[in-house]
Design a protein around this ligand. Sequence first.
Ligand code: HEM
Ligand code: HEM
Length: 243
Amino acid sequence: MSSATASTAVQGTGTDESAVARAATIKSVYVYEAPVRLWHWVNALAIVVLGVTGYFIGSPLPTMPGEASSHFLMGYIRFAHFAAGYVLAIGLLGRIYWALVGNHHARELFYVPVLQRAYWREMLATAKWYAFLSKRPNRYVGHNPMARFAMFFIFFLCTIFMIATGFALYGEGLGSGSWANRLFGWVIPLMGQSQDVHTWHHLGLWVMVCFIILHVYAAIREDIMGRQSIVSTMLSGHRTFKE
Ligand code: HEM
Ligand code: HEM
């Protein structure tokens, strides 16, 4: 340990100003504004609640002991599902509003530049990196091209589908003439009848589960192996870069 280090490192406190002075300067770009970050985590929580409660709506728990009137388990499960459904839908409306007024990264979720040759070139580069065929990935300030593709074509479209089918079923429960029935009732005859909507809505759960598995894997893997920060960027908003 050099004498300079020893003089400013206060043993046991974690402070070490000389180590800080010698450290590399990290460049950072402010990417995700607070509303995007807040929406991301609230939305993730709502989807976890929807996934778990939806699974139990489709495959209810074994019979409860005692009188039916002494418990309300499926009622609570359905209530949590519907409440999280409202959070998902209202959250998405708020997120769309922020795409209009926020920075340009806030718009990436809602379209994919499929007509740009450069987009597909970067997509190929990312695919090679994910397939362990290239040694050095490129650095991306916004979502990388493959993340963007998955976020739009899997997450966004599936979420719209789940909101439309979910509120169509919800409107059935509320009754004809209810707001949900008037706004989304058309979905039921479009798919056949109520049970078809249940089946498609149920399948949507597994599409979403696939997205989440890939998404969380890619986020953590890129954070460790890639050349930019990932997970902390969705917490602080800042993207930092490695050499
Ligand atoms: C239900 C679970 C989740 C869903 C549905 C979800 C969905 C999304 C969506 C739609 C975006 C795009 C955000 C935007 O452009 O506004 C995103 C970004 C992101 N998510 Fe998640 N997420 C989930 C869980 C997680 C978890 C658990 C992590 C942490 C490991 C995570 C880390 C991130 C990061 C780091 C980004 C930004 C990626 C980038 O900078 O390219 N997500 N997520
Ligand atoms: C990512 C979002 C969502 C997921 C993963 C999800 C999942 C599920 C699943 C797996 C079922 C059981 C389907 C069956 O087998 O019959 C279900 C039922 C249902 N969901 Fe969702 N759902 C989501 C969003 C929504 C939304 C936004 C609403 C709107 C309020 C909603 C309302 C309903 C209703 C009304 C039912 C039927 C309840 C019943 O029959 O008792 N869902 N959901």
